[in-house]
Structure formats: structure tokens, C-alpha cells
Design a binder for this molecule. Structure first.
Ligand SMILES: [Zn+2]
Ligand SMILES: [Zn+2]
Length: 340
């Protein structure tokens, strides 16, 4: 294994276990340095134990590089391969996972993700997907560097360019648009209409009165631009956690069923949203779903496994046609186009 590949794999595995971005960045930065340094020079530095002279290379990254140069799998990498292993899927979840053709919710370093668009796309492609929808945040989410109209328009051009170099894999354009307090969407109609897929999510005032929250969500779902309702309860399961938002599930999921808006099964380990009872409720009302990773780094795409478990638990292995990302990119686009 060459040293840069080893460093990137370490970063990927750290992401898989939700490591802090700064810790991951050190490995990705070191990989970039290694890319720019010729092999003879690396070997010379390793022999004299001076790899840390290189820009962005510290003790841990130097050890990984030295072991890879010596033809060994770095010990740290071996340890991470097993310690960050997610889960052994049961047969139903495995079946669902094998049917997924893409991921409808991901972030790049244009908003609060940690990696460039091309690296995110390459990671999704390497997992065997046919497409990934890039859904960076909308402007109101300033903490996440949400994209204003001008930056989003620029991103569309960049996606077109990157797509030309992906060898058949497709990056679909999209947004995770904030559902504002009154239920309107945080981006211009014109731009929302140009995107392949729109995920609409609540990120603020999560604990508002249930009646108001219901009206807010229903208005957003009824927008012809909205294709997917993102992480509908907003709950967080780790750290201090966050309680579920309260809303009337008959009204909200009824609106999803009526408008053909998918209810997202958000796979992030700290979200796993919606909880099983609400997901069952949505299915009982006739909703379709997407299973999304909400990736903010390449190592997060594997979280789709967790969403597949959620889906299997409510019997979706027998109804894969209700999971919109089991569709090919063209069929997915036909579905989203039927909304706007
Ligand atoms: Zn979100
Ligand atoms: Zn997101």
C-alpha cells in the first residue's frame, strides 16, 4: 500500500467513527504532502527518521508513512479497520443495501463538509453507487457556510465540470434547504427549480409549539420544489442529545403522501431519524422514503448501512419500490421532475 493511500484510508475510517474534523484533516493534509514528494525523498527521510520535517506530517502520520514505505500495513490502520467496523447487516438490511443505487443527501466543503466535491463523489463511486446528490446547506444556516444564490449557481457549473471526469458516475445537483419559521424555503424559486433534487429540513426553533411546527412543515412539504423531507424530528442521540420536535404525524406524513414527497431515513449514527414508530406511521399513510447518509466526509457514506437496518425493521425489504434511491438516476430524476 502506498503511503498516501494508507493516510487517506486512515482518514476515511476515522470519519466512519465520527472523529473530529481536525483529527481527520491532519491525515488528509499529510496525504497531499506525500503526493507532492517523490518516493526517493520519502525513503531518505524515513531512513533518517526525519519524515516530520515535511509540511503537515506529525509523529502519527510519520509512523503510518514509514510503515507503508516498508511494505507493511500500518498498525494504526489495521486497528481502525476493526475498531470502526459498523455492523454486520441482517439479511433483510443487506438486501436493501444491495438495491441502493445512490445517496440523496451529502455535503461538501462548500458548506460544512470536510472534503471537496470530487473526493465525495469518488468515495460514493468506490462504494458501488451510480450517483450521489450534492445537497449543501442554504444561506440562512450561516454556521454551516450555507450557499447564497450566487455561490449555488457557481456550484452548479463546478458540478457539471466534475461530472465530465467521473467516468459515468453522476453527481446530481441539489440542496438541503432550510425550512424557515413560516414554512417557506430558504432559496430562490428560480434556483430551486433548476436543481435535480431538493431536501427540505428544519434546523432552527426545533422545539416550537406542535401546531406551529406542523403548519411550518406542511407548508414546506407542499412546495412543488420539495422532494425529500430531511431528518423530520431533528433528534440527536449522542452527547447532550436533543429531543424530537413535536408535530402532528397524520398531518405531516399525510402531506408527504399526498404530494409524493419522500420521508428521509437519515442514517447518521447520532440521528437515526425518524424513530421506528414514526417511520411506521409514515409508511402506514402511504409515504415513500429515501435512505440517506447525510455525509459530511467520504467515510460517512457507509452509514447508509444503519439506515438500511431502520428500513428493514419496518419491512421495507419486501417493498423496495417505496425506497426512491433504489431507482436509477434517470428514474429518480423522473420522480423529482414530477414535483416541479
Ligand atoms: Zn440537516
Ligand atoms: Zn445534511
Amino acid at each position: 500500500m502506498d503511503p498516501a493511500t494508507a493516510l487517506r484510508r486512515v482518514a476515511y475510517l476515522l470519519e466512519r467513527e465520527r472523529a473530529d474534523t481536525y483529527k481527520v484533516r491532519a491525515f488528509r493534509r499529510a496525504a497531499t504532502t506525500v503526493d507532492a514528494t517523490d518516493r526517493a525523498r520519502l525513503e531518505q527521510l524515513a531512513a533518517s527518521r526525519r519524515l516530520t520535517d515535511l509540511d503537515g506530517v506529525g509523529d502519527t502520520t510519520a509512523r503510518v508513512i514509514a510503515e507503508a514505505l516498508a511494505g507493511r500495513t500500518p498498525a494504526y490502520l489495521t486497528e481502525l479497520e476493526s475498531s470502526t467496523w459498523l455492523t454486520e447487516l441482517d439479511p433483510d438490511a443487506k438486501r436493501i443495501r444491495s438495491l441502493l443505487k445512490g445517496d440523496c443527501h451529502s455535503h461538501s466543503d462548500w458548506s460544512d463538509g470536510g472534503s471537496p466535491i470530487e473526493e465525495m463523489a469518488a468515495a460514493a463511486r468506490d462504494l458501488g453507487y451510480e450517483y450521489v446528490v450534492l445537497t449543501d446547506h442554504s444561506p440562512r444556516l450561516t454556521v454551516a457556510h450555507g450557499l447564497n444564490a450566487e455561490r449555488l449557481a457557481r456550484q452548479l457549473d463546478v458540478v457539471e465540470e466534475v461530472n465530465g471526469e467521473m467516468g459515468g458516475f453522476r453527481i446530481l445537483t441539489g440542496i438541503e434547504v432550510d425550512i424557515l419559521e413560516d414554512g417557506s424555503l430558504d432559496q430562490s424559486e428560480e434556483l430551486l427549480g433548476r436543481l435535480d433534487l431538493v431536501v427540505a429540513s428544519v434546523h432552527s426553533k426545533l422545539s416550537m409549539d406542535a401546531g406551529l411546527m406542523t403548519a411550518r412543515m406542511v407548508r414546506a412539504i407542499e412546495s412543488p420544489h420539495t422532494d425529500v423531507l430531511g431528518h423530520c424530528t431533528g433528534r440527536k442521540l449522542v452527547g447532550t442529545g436533543r429531543a424530537q420536535s413535536k408535530f402532528d404525524p397524520d398531518e405531516v406524513f399525510g402531506a408527504c403522501a399526498r404530494t409524493g414527497t419522500a420521508v428521509e431515513i437519515n442514517s447518521r449514527p447520532e440521528r437515526r431519524d425518524p424513530p421506528q414508530d414514526l417511520l411506521q406511521h409514515a409508511l402506514d399513510l402511504g409515504c415513500v422514503v429515501t435512505i440517506d447518509s447525510d455525509s459530511h466526509a467520504p467515510g460517512h457514506f457507509e452509514w447508509l448501512d444503519l439506515g438500511c437496518e431502520q428500513a428493514a425493521a419496518v419491512g421495507l425489504a419486501d417493498q423496495p419500490e417505496r425506497i426512491m434511491n433504489t431507482r436509477s438516476a434517470d428514474a429518480l430524476l423522473a420522480w423529482t421532475a414530477s414535483h416541479d
